[in-house]
Design a protein around this ligand. Structure first.
Ligand SMILES: Nc1ncnc2c1ncn2[C@@H]1O[C@H](COP(=O)(O)OP(=O)(O)OP(=O)(O)O)[C@@H](O)[C@H]1O
Length: 234
């Protein structure tokens, strides 16, 4: 398998403030990795270096693709938002003043909508869709250019359990069918354990990498620690 992201003694900082250091990781193409860590642990800062938004780094970072899809944290879309779901998904083509889609773009939009189970409602206004459908539309928008690497930032956070699982199943099916790499930033470790091939864990300015078995162990440790805390608080 090919490597899509690798780092060697990599460091991320803002000015004098070091956020992450001594990062040595290797992500294989086609893997689905959970990206874990407390608020402020540096997950977003690292993702910004992958997408070229933060260049304050030292050491080596190699990203073997320019085709990166990024779905930021959920922003709600108000009811009066005028675009249909397919028009919203097509915004990623960055047309400027051109108002129509080419035949090829239309095919890519249809494909992305199908992959997120939204094809049946492509002409419906996005503002009137449910929270789960809006979130799947954000993912479809990132998919429309067929990225090699898809980064999802807490994409299940605002959803009920059924819609969380549905979104993860959609992404997992696509990742397995297309060999796309997925980095899934989440605080919901138990949920993601069933879907991920491994993890990157951000803690105390360092990044630990583990495989699926280590992820299961981590989840069990966290669950038992959580139970102990609950008992202590009774
Ligand atoms: N532009 C910036 N300039 C200076 N410091 C920053 C900047 N952006 C983030 N930080 C700091 O970097 C640290 C890591 O933040 P980051 O947003 O990467 O964490 P995170 O793990 O993504 O957190 P969350 O889960 O809350 O999104 C924090 O201490 C934050 O205050």
């Amino acid at each position: 398998m090919n490597t899509i992201i690798s780092t060697k003694d990599f460091m991320v900082r803002y000015g004098e403030k070091v956020i992450l250091s001594h990062i040595n990781i290797e992500v294989l193409a086609g893997q689905f990795l959970a990206v874990l860590g407390e608020n402020g642990a540096g997950k977003t800062s690292f993702i910004k270096t992958l997408t070229g938004q933060n260049k304050q780094t030292e050491g080596t970072l190699t990203v073997a693709t320019n085709h990166i899809g990024y779905v930021p944290q959920f922003r709600d879309i108000s009811r009066d938002y005028p675009l249909s779901i397919s028009e919203f998904v097509g915004l990623n083509f960055n047309h400027g003043s051109r108002l129509w889609f080419t035949k090829e773009e239309k095919q890519l939009i249809t494909q992305a909508l199908k992959r997120m189970d939204l094809n049946h409602m492509s002409d419906q206004r996005l503002g009137l869709a449910s929270g789960g459908q809006k979130q799947r539309a954000f993912v479809a928008q990132a998919l429309v250019k067929n990225p090699d690497l898809l980064i999802l930032d807490e994409s299940t956070a605002s959803l009920d359990h059924e819609h969380k699982v549905q979104l993860l199943e959609n992404v997992r099916t696509l990742q397995q069918a297309t060999n796309m790499t997925v980095l899934f930033i989440t605080h919901e470790i138990k949920l993601v354990t069933d879907f991920a091939d491994g993890y990157l864990s951000f803690e105390n300015g360092k990044v630990q990498q583990g495989d699926a078995t280590q992820l299961q162990t981590l989840t069990m440790d966290m669950t038992s620690r959580h139970k102990e805390d609950e008992v202590r608080h009774v």
